[in-house]
Design a protein around this ligand. Structure first.
Ligand code: GUN
Length: 300
């Protein structure tokens, strides 16, 4: 059989950002509005600093306003909640993202619950999770939203397909399952206690791997021709000591079996930030009673 098509998430995300930037121009012209995203970083976690810098750059490139707040690692929960209360009230701020993980003195659930539901561009607030579960207009978490956009483009009509989601996190697995159900897939949510993971995966026309275990999904777990979306980002050791990023799927084996597959890096990752921009645009529109545009990646 021919090798799988490799889904170029980097290129797909660039096309999505172009389409978003065009909508931002239109929103300014027609309504005088510029979407604004506030990103709050507490402490100096090196990976988080890189994420936050990239988010700021891409927000500005899309024509939106970026507000970055860096708070010391010693910030108390009460201080952070006071910052969030200010951002909730600020009309220039349409989206709020508090970068995770937070220092240990701060309860992330309390912080997430304090963000205004309409400004929760991460889609982590329990009310947004509930709205998604009942199929209402929610803010949808960025990573599963990016996966869904890629599936709509590369997996053919979704209705009726068997989708297996590996991993039941609140950030990826659960919202991914809800989104696929909304698209009329037959959804299985599998996890570490699933009795025969390999056999469950073999049933999947669409397989989403989000377990955080390097190369756990083997080539013979994949149904020939399936669409495989790999959400994992794991660093594995290499002889030169630098390490190498791999996904949750054994890519070299899977590419021989699947119909289409996302690589790591360069698959799901770039789509996550692009979907953060999309959520910021959507939030801005909804806050002003303007219908949110159905943004699709620009043509190649
Ligand atoms: N840390 C790593 N990824 C994310 C994300 O998508 N949102 C937030 N808030 N923190 C993160």
């Amino acid at each position: 059989m021919a090798k799988a098509a490799i889904i170029d998430g980097k290129q797909f995300a660039a096309r999505l950002r172009m389409a978003i930037a065009a909508q931002v121009v239109q929103l300014k012209a027609e309504h005088g509005l510029t979407p604004g995203l506030a990103v709050v970083l507490v402490g100096e976690d090196p990976a988080s600093q890189i994420y936050v810098r990239n988010k700021g750059l891409q927000v500005r490139e899309a024509g939106m306003n970026s507000f970055e707040q860096r708070l010391p690692v010693t910030t108390t929960q009460a201080e952070l909640l006071a910052h969030i209360a200010d951002l909730n009230q600020d009309p220039a701020v349409n989206g709020i993202l508090v970068q995770l993980p937070l220092p240990k003195q701060i309860d992330p659930e309390a912080v997430i619950a304090a963000i205004a539901v309409s400004k929760d561009v991460d889609g982590f607030h329990p009310l947004n999770a509930g709205l998604l579960a009942v199929g209402a207009a929610a803010m949808v978490p960025c990573t599963p939203l990016g996966c869904l956009m890629m599936l709509k483009e590369f997996a053919g009509p979704l209705a009726g397909q068997r989708a297996v989601v590996l991993g039941r996190s609140n950030i990826v697995g659960k919202p991914m399952a809800a989104l696929l159900l909304r698209e009329h897939c037959t959804v299985t949510l599998a996890h570490s206690r699933t009795r025969d993971l390999a056999e469950e995966c073999r049933q999947a026309d669409i397989l989403i791997a989000a377990v955080g275990k390097a190369q756990m999904v083997k080539g013979d777990w994949i149904k020939p021709g399936a669409t495989v979306i790999d959400v994992g980002i794991n660093r594995i050791p290499t002889p030169d000591g630098k390490g190498r990023l791999v996904g949750d799927v054994d890519f070299d084996a899977a590419v021989e079996v699947a119909g289409a597959i996302t690589p790591v890096p360069g698959g799901v990752g770039p789509m996550t930030i692009a979907c953060l921009l999309l959520n910021t645009l959507t939030a801005t529109c909804r806050q002003h009673g303007i219908p949110a545009p159905d943004v699709r990646p620009a043509a190649e």
